[in-house]
Design a protein around this ligand. Structure first.
Ligand SMILES: *Cc1c(COP(=O)(O)O)cnc(C)c1O
Length: 488
């Protein structure tokens, strides 16, 4: 197996090359030339813990990594950084199964892939004889930044630069990033939104002149965003794991199908689920959940993708995205490179494109308004004592709409993508309006009391940690910032 481009099938790269490069020179994304089939039976997979399962999935995608190399990456990634040996517990609350993807160091699902990506990079560099310093450029809507910083801080041979929307992340998300230690880290607030940051980063990657200049100075760019295939592949693992947990916990019998609702921004998480289904995992349907930035909902309803609309800053900031990069991989899977290239060109030039290929798709869209998100938090808490974060709540509200519309009774797994502690203020306000006036750290103590989940250590720390990073940059100047920072 090898990797090809979403806009050009004649591009060919090994897994390690695709991970190092992050994105194709023509702006397309790397995809496997064929999605591999799982070569173990569900019965066999049932016997495995998270790490063993991870090996079975990763070996099918990272085919130029040896068994020893993959196991080294897995052992180092999924260790005590996670606060449970299950890594991703599946818990039944209210009428759904919540797949808790937030037990890693930075309390969001980004840890699932970003705990392992630095190890992939290190091995990929060695494999390809790269002696350059790898510069990880990262655009973040809030959670990727911290998870990438945590993964790459003080990793020899790397530098990491993170761009986040100065006014578009939660107070906890911001503090998590601006207090980041590590000599090789750089954190920059931008006056713009995630789409501005991601577009700038993509254009830096495809700027050949700049790449060449940097190469001369001993630097090589790569990406920690989900445009990097090394981010996507580790996310496939937990869909298999969720399934096995559901069987073990008696929610389904082996072979029976599950549904998944995934709170979506850049379309990376849900795409990993779709890949799992293509590999043979018994999944009936995916619900792609959006917040008020419902460009994906409209797309799945009408086949028209149109980013020309107002950008909303919501209480689920990690989903405040109008250009969902990984949708390109899904389109390529459905319709091939030629059409994908034309659509992406139309997206670039006029901000929209229209497809006819989505009939009978296994994915449909739903969305939740701010009010519905708050109501979902309150409702699930009142019913079960379970406190969802705002992103998980968008998914839950979307699930309810899907269920009411379709009467589909397939058991539903909700991807619980963040700990409520990251969004303590909004979560506590949803439970009681009078909390809106209180300080975030005071609300964490209240959250601890109502949820009976102890405040995670990594979040307790940031209250007293020193803010180290103060850079602010206009969205138009991101490329200049990078050039100056690296070339001086
Ligand atoms: C990143 C993120 C999402 C969206 O995931 P995508 O892979 O970008 O679709 C949802 N919830 C949280 C908490 C996130 O951090």
């Amino acid at each position: 197996m090898h990797y090809i481009g979403t806009r050009n099938e004649t591009i060919s790269a090994t897994a390690s090359q695709a991970i190092l490069k992050g994105i194709c020179n023509d702006g397309g994304l790397f995809v496997p030339n064929e999605i591999p089939k799982m070569d173990k039976s569900l019965q066999e997979l049932m016997e495995m813990d998270y790490k063993a399962l991870a090996y079975e999935v990763l070996k099918l995608y990272l085919t130029d990594f040896t068994e020893e190399e993959l196991k080294y990456c897995i052992e180092n990634a999924y260790d005590e950084k996670f606060d449970t040996t299950k890594i991703v517990p599946l818990v039944k609350k209210a009428d759904a199964l919540f797949l808790e993807l937030f037990h890693g160091k930075t309390l969001a699902f980004k840890d699932m892939a970003l705990s392992i990506l630095p190890y992939f990079m290190k091995i990929a560099a060695k494999k390809n004889g790269i002696d350059k310093e790898i510069v990880i450029l990262t655009a973040t809507s809030g959670d990727t930044g911290k998870a990438a910083l945590e993964g790459f801080a003080d990793v020899e041979g790397t530098k990491i630069i993170v761009f986040f929307p100065e006014d578009g992340v939660s107070p906890v998300q911001k503090l998590q990033m601006t207090t980041q230690e590590g000599k090789n880290t750089c954190v920059v607030g931008i006056r713009g939104n995630f789409d501005d940051a991601q577009s700038a980063v993509k254009s830096i990657f495809t700027d050949e002149q700049l790449s060449q200049k940097l190469e001369e100075r001993g630097y090589l760019f790569s990406s920690a965003n989900s445009i990097n295939i090394g981010r996507l592949v580790p996310q496939i693992v937990y869909y298999f794991y969720a399934y096995m947990q559901a069987v073990k916990q008696g929610e389904i019998t082996i072979g029976q199908k599950l549904n998944f609702t995934v709170p979506t921004g850049n379309f990376g998480d849900i795409l990993a689920g779709y890949y799992a289904k293509c590999m043979g995992l018994p999944v009936h349907h995916f619900v792609c959940a959006s917040n008020d930035n419902k460009v994906l909902y409209d797309f799945f309803e009408t086949g028209v993708y149109d980013k020309n609309r107002t950008f909303h800053v919501t209480v689920s900031p990690s989903m405040d995205i109008l250009i969902s990069s990984n949708l390109e991989r899904f389109l390529c899977q459905l319709a091939g490179q030629q059409k994908t290239k034309a659509w992406m060109e139309a997206l670039q030039s006029k901000g929209s494109y229209e497809t006819q290929e989505l009939k009978n798709s296994e994915i449909s869209g739903e969305y939740a308004t701010e009010k519905e998100t708050f109501e979902a938090i309150k409702k699930v808490y009142d019913q079960s004592g379970y406190v969802m974060d705002t992103h998980t709540a968008v998914a839950y509200a979307s699930y309810e709409k899907y269920k009411n519309k379709t009467k589909d009774t397939t058991p539903m797994v909700i991807a619980a993508t963040a700990s409520p502690y990251k969004f303590a203020k909004d979560v506590m306000t949803a439970l009681d309006k009078s909390n809106a006036k209180e300080d975030t750290f005071a609300l964490m103590k209240k959250l601890e009391a109502v949820s009976k989940v102890p405040i995670p250590e990594s979040i307790r720390e940031i209250e007293t940690k020193k803010v180290i990073h103060h850079h602010i940059c206009e969205k138009e100047n991101i490329k200049d910032f990078v050039t100056n920072y690296l070339l001086g």
